[in-house]
Design a protein around this ligand. Structure first.
Ligand SMILES: [Zn+2]
Length: 338
C-alpha cells in the first residue's frame, strides 16, 4: 500500500509499504480521509517522528476485513480512527514515566498511522460514525474530541461568556462546543483573515483581530469590566498565553489546549494579583469522542468552511502541504485522500 513515510526532519517520502497483517481481534480499515493535524506538522517540523513511521491520526474509513475473533465490527462499517473504550485486558504500550511529554519523550514510536491507504486497528479502538453524519464532518471527530475534552475539563459553565484565542481547527471546534454547551457569548481572537471568517461563519459572536486591536482591552470592555470567567488558548502563539491570563476575571481560568513548541512571553505582574488559574488539557477520553459525535449528529458541530473542496489533497501534495502548514495558515483544514 501507499504511505507517506517519515524520512528525516521535514521530509516525507511516498513509498510502497506492506499492507498491515491483521491480528485475530483486529480490523483493517481502508482510509477515506486523513486530516493533517497541527501536531503532525510539529513532529514533522521539529524532527520528533521516528524514521520509518507514518504520521496521521485524524482519519475515517471503512472496515474492509476483520480478524477471526472480531465480534462487534463488520465489513463496510464506517468508522472514525479512535474513541473506543479500552478493554481491561488490552495490552498497550505504557508511557515511560510520569513525566511523559511529547517534547521530552516523543509521541508513539514506529507506528503506521493514517497517512496510508490502510490501517490495522484493535477492534475496540474505532467508533462507528452515526448515520446522517457526513464523511466531511466525521473527519473532524478527533479534533472535536480534543475540543470537548478542553471544555469539559475547564471551569466553563452554561451561561458564561468565553474567549477562544486562535481559530485553527481546535479553536473553531472549541468555539462550537462552547456554543452547544450554552455559552452566553463566545469571543474569538484570530489574525488570519480566512480563519477569522470561518469563526464568523460557524457562529462566533465577536471576532477580534489581535493585529489591529488590543484584544485584552476589547474583552474587558465586552465583559463590562472584570474580564471573562474562562479563556481557551488554542493558538500556541507567542502572545496568546499572556493575553489569556490577562483577560480572565479574578479567579478565572485560562485553559491551554494548544502546545507551544517555542518560548512564549509571560509577565506575571499583569495577572497574578487576580489569582487566576492556568490549566492544561491534553488528548481526550472515550466520552469526549462520543460527545463530539453526538454533537455532530445533532448538527451542533459543523465543518462548514473548515473542510471545503480546497481541503482535499493527493499524495503528491503531502510534502508541500506539511511545509505550508508550518507557516501561518490560510487553509483551515487539509485532508489527504489516499
Ligand atoms: Zn490531532
Amino acid at each position: 500500500m501507499k504511505a507517506a513515510v517519515v524520512r528525516g526532519t521535514q521530509k516525507l517520502e511516498i513509498e510502497d509499504i506492506p499492507t498491515p497483517e491483521l491480528g485475530p481481534k483486529q480490523v483493517l480499515v481502508k482510509i477515506k480521509y486523513s486530516a493533517l493535524c497541527g501536531s503532525d506538522v510539529h513532529r514533522f517540523q521539529y524532527g520528533m517522528a521516528n524514521e520509518g513511521s507514518v504520521l496521521g491520526h485524524e482519519y475515517i474509513g471503512e472496515v474492509v476485513q476483520i480478524g477471526r475473533d472480531v465480534t462487534y465490527l463488520k465489513e463496510s462499517d464506517r468508522v472514525v480512527g479512535g474513541g473506543g473504550t479500552q478493554p481491561e485486558d488490552a495490552v498497550l504500550p505504557k508511557y515511560p514515566n510520569d513525566r511523559y511529554s511529547a517534547r521530552t519523550v516523543g509521541i508513539e514510536s514506529t507506528r503506521i498511522g493514517g497517512f496510508a491507504e490502510y490501517v490495522a486497528m484493535d477492534e475496540w479502538r474505532p467508533l462507528l460514525i452515526p448515520e446522517g453524519v457526513s464523511d466531511e464532518l466525521a473527519v473532524l471527530a478527533e479534533p472535536a474530541s480534543i475540543a470537548v475534552h478542553a471544555v469539559r475539563t475547564s471551569k466553563f459553565k452554561i451561561g458564561d461568556t468565553a474567549v477562544v484565542l486562535g481559530a485553527g481547527p481546535i479553536g473553531l471546534l472549541t468555539m462550537q462546543v462552547l456554543k452547544a454547551g450554552g455559552a452566553a457569548r463566545v469571543i474569538v481572537s484570530e489574525p488570519a483573515p480566512a480563519r477569522a471568517e470561518s469563526a464568523r461563519v460557524l457562529g462566533a459572536d465577536v471576532v477580534l483581530n489581535p493585529l489591529k486591536e488590543d484584544v485584552v482591552e476589547r474583552v474587558l470592555e465586552l465583559s463590562g469590566g472584570p474580564g471573562v470567567p474562562v479563556a481557551f488558548d488554542a493558538a500556541a502563539a507567542k502572545p496568546t498565553f499572556q493575553q489569556g491570563l490577562q483577560m480572565v476575571r479574578r479567579g478565572g481560568q485560562l485553559l491551554v489546549v494548544s502546545m507551544a513548541w517555542e518560548d512564549v512571553d509571560l509577565r506575571t505582574v499583569d495577572w497574578i494579583g487576580r489569582e487566576v488559574e492556568m490549566k492544561a488539557a491534553y488528548g481526550s477520553q472515550p466520552i469526549d469522542w462520543q460527545t463530539g459525535l453526538n454533537l455532530m449528529s445533532r448538527r451542533q458541530l459543523s465543518s462548514e468552511s473548515m473542510v471545503t473542496d480546497e481541503s482535499f489533497i493527493g499524495w503528491d501534495q503531502m510534502q508541500s502541504s506539511m511545509e505550508r502548514l508550518m507557516k501561518p495558515e490560510e487553509h483551515v483544514q487539509i485532508v489527504l485522500v489516499p
